[in-house]
Design a protein around this ligand. Structure first.
Ligand SMILES: [Zn+2]
Length: 271
């Protein structure tokens, strides 16, 4: 686990590995064979800004952002973290996701949301401060709930309109202002598939950097009602036994949805 730091990097001893973001994706050397690999020491391109992430096993990690378009640059290929998360080792994905959230924050809070003045980086705190009115902008973390609903030996999985064809996952949704996580579980499930649940239990949480969610994982038991997909976000929802899962694509090992599915069914031997 990375030892975090919110200070701007300065006088670091030892190797530095950099992950470099651009508007169209993460830069990777075109000759790199792994899906994602970091740059050692110097950044290969000029950076618009950079953030120190922390260190792990004697290596420092930095995240940088370059505003240029590298889509036609033969030195690099561009990686979409969301599209390739299943192919990235867990340790590297964790650092890349952390970096992605920090870079999003720096990009999105360059100007004050209240008065429009340029902000500046606070030296010893991960915050951007307005140079006119003093408003502080911290990295945004958006809490969301995700739930494995069980009924006998089955679990409810749904197809979201944004998923690739035949992909099914547990239900999820953002927590509203003024709402507890458990209330959000109750509301989201009813809105998305029209059923009521009981015995809502917290399992574990996981950051999900697309772009800045913190997924709070729950299990719940079916209580009442018939499944009626909302037709807007959810186009299909069904009960699946463990055996039924071979017919559909499910979330990869890195996803908290997968953890929840395996909490119910035990380990599933596939990607
Ligand atoms: Zn301001």
């Amino acid at each position: 686990m990375i030892t975090r730091s919110t200070a701007v990097a300065a006088n670091l001893e030892g190797p530095i590995h950099r992950i470099v973001f651009s508007p169209k994706g993460v830069l990777v050397h075109s000759h790199a064979t792994d899906e994602l690999s970091l740059f050692e020491n110097e950044s290969p391109v000029e950076l618009h800004f950079e953030e120190y992430l922390g260190h792990e096993k004697g290596i420092h990690y930095n995240a940088g952002f370059s505003n240029a378009d590298y889509s036609e640059d033969s030195r690099f290929r561009l990686v979409n973290l969301r599209g390739s998360y299943k192919s990235i080792p867990a340790d590297l994905f964790r650092i890349a996701g952390y970096a992605s959230e920090v870079i999003s924050w720096r990009r999105n809070f360059q100007f004050c949301g209240a008065c429009g003045t340029k902000t500046e980086r606070v030296p010893h705190e991960r915050a951007m401060k307005c140079t006119s009115c003093g408003l502080m902008a911290y990295p945004r973390i958006s809490p969301a709930i995700i739930v494995a609903i069980t009924k006998g030996d089955s679990i409810l999985l749904a197809h979201n309109i944004h998923f690739p064809e035949n992909q099914y996952s547990t239900l999820a949704g953002f927590i509203d202002p003024g709402e507890s996580a458990e209330e959000a579980v109750d509301r989201e499930i009813f809105e998305e598939v029209g059923i009521k649940v009981k015995n809502i239990r917290y399992v574990s949480s996981q950051p999900w950097p697309f772009p800045d969610s913190l997924m709070l994982g729950y299990t719940a038991e079916y209580d009442a009602g018939e499944i009626v997909p909302d037709g807007v976000e959810i186009t299909d929802a069904r009960w699946f036994t463990k055996e039924d899962l071979v017919n559909v694509t499910i979330p990869g090992k890195q996803a908290v949805a997968r953890t929840l599915i395996e909490t119910v069914f035990g380990p599933i031997d596939r990607d």
